[in-house]
Design a protein around this ligand. Structure first.
Ligand code: ATP
Ligand code: MG
Length: 247
């Protein structure tokens, strides 16, 4: 179980304090699939990075299975079973897909069959990709899918995927969704998926809308999706004021 307690993140931007996250508390039970969704700039990635230890909160506490991990490094949290797939994954010149999968799995003798198994789950063929370098020669969607495959190879107990759908074609997306469903069905990991995709939102045990640095709504997909649709029908407040002024 992961517990976030009163997490705040305030940055000082050229002398001006900006609150990115404001007193966020949430508990993620084991084996659940939780989707974070919400408007661009709402704070989802920051929250994910705080869980992984890439960003240090200015206030609050993070507990993993009762252990306070707030002060632990990324490596220490990875050892405790947390993994994070970046919204925009890094590229590694000189490192092949096979190298990455081998490092992620922790198995020096990772077989081609196993690599194939992980790559197939994201719709890639091992024959085409195993010896490719994870450099600029790969497309955005390919890098994204390879990163997700490394998370699957790592097999962490707690996986965070940041917009796994971004840049991924419809066929690979369908395959990936099946993978998430299978992990969820077998309770083999707890997952936070940050997503704007209705198909992924509909898989969730709970959907949490993060906006303006706070948790705005929580509920099942059936409860939350109509709220999101309702919110998109609101006008721009600036335009609305201008329109009102010209009346
Ligand atoms: N170090 C920082 N300095 C200034 N602003 C920051 C910093 N980190 C994050 N922000 C701002 O905080 C807000 C939340 O960013 P975040 O990346 O968490 O949003 P998000 O919900 O993941 O959005 P998206 O859906 O676009 O990925 C954004 O407005 C971003 O510009
Ligand atoms: Mg983001």
């Amino acid at each position: 179980m992961l517990e976030l307690k009163h997490i705040s993140y305030v940055v000082n931007d050229a002398g001006v304090e900006q609150t990115i996250l404001n007193d966020v508390s949430v508990t993620i039970p084991d084996g659940k699939l939780i989707v974070f969704t919400g408007p661009n700039g709402g704070g989802k990635t920051t929250l994910a990075k705080i869980i992984m230890g890439l960003v240090t909160p200015t206030q609050g506490q993070i507990l993993l299975n009762g252990q306070d991990v707030t002060a632990l490094s990324i490596t220490e949290r990875a050892r405790l079973g947390i993994s994070y797939g970046f919204q925009q994954p890094p590229r590694f010149k000189g490192i092949t897909v096979r190298d990455l999968l081998t490092i992620a799995s922790g198995d020096d003798k990772l077989t081609k069959d196993k690599c194939c198994h992980y790559l197939t789950q994201v719709g890639l063929c091992a024959n085409d990709y195993l010896d490719r370098e994870v450099d600029v020669s790969l497309s955005g969607g390919e890098v994204k899918r390879i990163e997700i495959a490394t998370l699957l190879a790592r097999g962490s107990a707690f996986m965070i995927f940041d917009e796994p759908e971004a840049g991924i074609d419809l066929w690979s997306f369908a395959r990936l969704t099946e993978t998430f469903e299978s992990i969820h069905r077998t309770h083999s990991a707890t997952m936070i998926i940050i997503s704007h995709q209705e198909r992924i939102i509909s898989l969730a045990d709970e959907v949490i809308v993060v906006g303006g640095g706070v948790l705005q709504y929580r509920g099942t997909a059936d409860e939350i999706l109509p709220k999101i649709m309702q919110d998109t029908t609101h006008g721009c407040p600036v335009l609305t004021r201008k329109e009102a002024a010209t009346l």
